[in-house]
Write a new protein. Sequence first.
Length: 316
Amino acid sequence: MNTNFKEEIVNLPNYWNWNGFKICWSVSGEENEIPIIFLHGFGASRKHWRNNLEYFAKRNCASYSLDLLGFGDSDQPGIKQVGILNNEIWCNQVKDFIAQVIRPKNARKVILIGNSLGSLVALTCAVSLEDQIATVIASPLPDQIRENKNRPINKPLFKKFKDRLIKIFFLFFPLEIILFLITKLGIIRLGLNSAYFKKENIDRELINIVTKPVLRRTSARALRAMCIGMSSREEKFQSSYLLKKLSSSKKVPFLLIWGDKDNFIPLFLGKKIANFHRWVKLKIVSNSGHCIHDEDPSVFNRISYEWIRDLKPFKI
């Protein structure tokens, strides 16, 4: 089978102008009834869902995959163009994508499925767009989870000072050289070996998916905007706060899918979330790593579909 042909069909690019930036997205089964947006993780792109879109499209789902700003084939703006990049910005991108691309064709609530950073973006959207989101499937969910409700909040002056230091550090940190070395010294393959428990799934197509955006001349400036943005986020855009906010209404069903061999975000963090937020459902996948949707797509697809199928709004 020609895998390149399959990849081109599944990830046929569409372009959308968002606030002056070119955003790339793909869709399978756009005429179907149940809208899903797949949100990739850090360093990945919409193409990372290569083994998932068609499965859901065959089950009456309009399966959208979106390159977040700064990733994949979307524009890679720097500080001068966008200020910072963080999950607040990406949440706004998803909100407008729903309003401008999905809503003219489909009025139903949207399902959000995310991997790692994409899970954080999906959680942010669920809080911001609670009445429009049918469910969130997060696999896994990054960010430190704090249980101490009385934890002192950083004073404004201290935070302002810390944020300034972070900005100065990343402005002078030689990310251009770092990214060059990453692509030349095989560090991308090394990173994928850490992310994937099943090494045989690391094929040439996957390496290209991760490597090509890094080779673009604008990648370093976008990474700098991300490093500053994610390091200086307000507390209200961190997972602990967002989960607590979402738990007050429990309007958005929340499923965690976690690999027990995840080296990037260990399973104990998923168990901690499920223990602290009892309304969150945790599914553990044995012998799988950080990217279950690509490492064990048949398992991931089945678990996700069964969860969607059993939701009250959908009688599939």
